[in-house]
Design a protein around this ligand. Structure first.
Ligand code: ZN
Length: 152
């Protein structure tokens, strides 16, 4: 496991905290949108539930199994998008994705910046973006399971 040398930097306090105690975990009864995401390269899985009213994400819950990065990312995402409009959440994903793939440091990304270290580890970027791809799928109303290894 050659990437272990970088893990101390990668697993920052925020990531550990969120992976150990994920916020907004659980199912959402009567959710308006839901989707399931899978990252076969790591084995991460997430079921995401949203309550969207009008154009606003009023509530979000998820059930996830996987590595610390995927759990922390789902937890941080749930906090970041709750109460936001659909457009705001989509913009946030754009900024988040830029941070992980283009070495950018977008403003207004808040705690999501804790995951910036994953950009040094291309395999981990998939763990970090799984929850967001699942969010996009849920908002589109796709019911099928999405995979990080499809239409990439
Ligand atoms: Zn993972």
């Amino acid at each position: 496991m050659s990437y272990d040398s970088g893990l101390s930097e990668l697993y920052q306090e925020v990531i550990l905290d969120h992976s150990r105690s994920p916020r907004n975990s659980g199912r959402l009864d009567g959710s308006s949108h839901q989707s399931v995401g899978f990252n076969p390269l790591c084995g991460d899985q997430i079921a995401l539930f949203l309550q969207v009213s009008g154009n606003k994400i009023e509530d979000v819950r998820f059930e996830a199994v996987g590595c610390a990065i995927s759990l922390a990312s789902a937890s941080l995402m749930s906090e970041a998008i709750k109460g936001k409009t659909v457009e705001e959440a989509e913009k946030l994903f754009e900024s988040f994705h830029e941070m992980l793939t283009e070495d950018a440091s977008p403003e207004q990304i808040g705690k999501l910046a804790a995951l910036a270290g994953t950009r040094e580890f291309p395999m981990r970027v998939k763990c970090a973006t799984l929850a967001w791809h699942t969010l996009t799928s849920a908002l589109k109303g796709d019911c099928k399971t999405i995979s990080t290894e499809e239409d990439a």
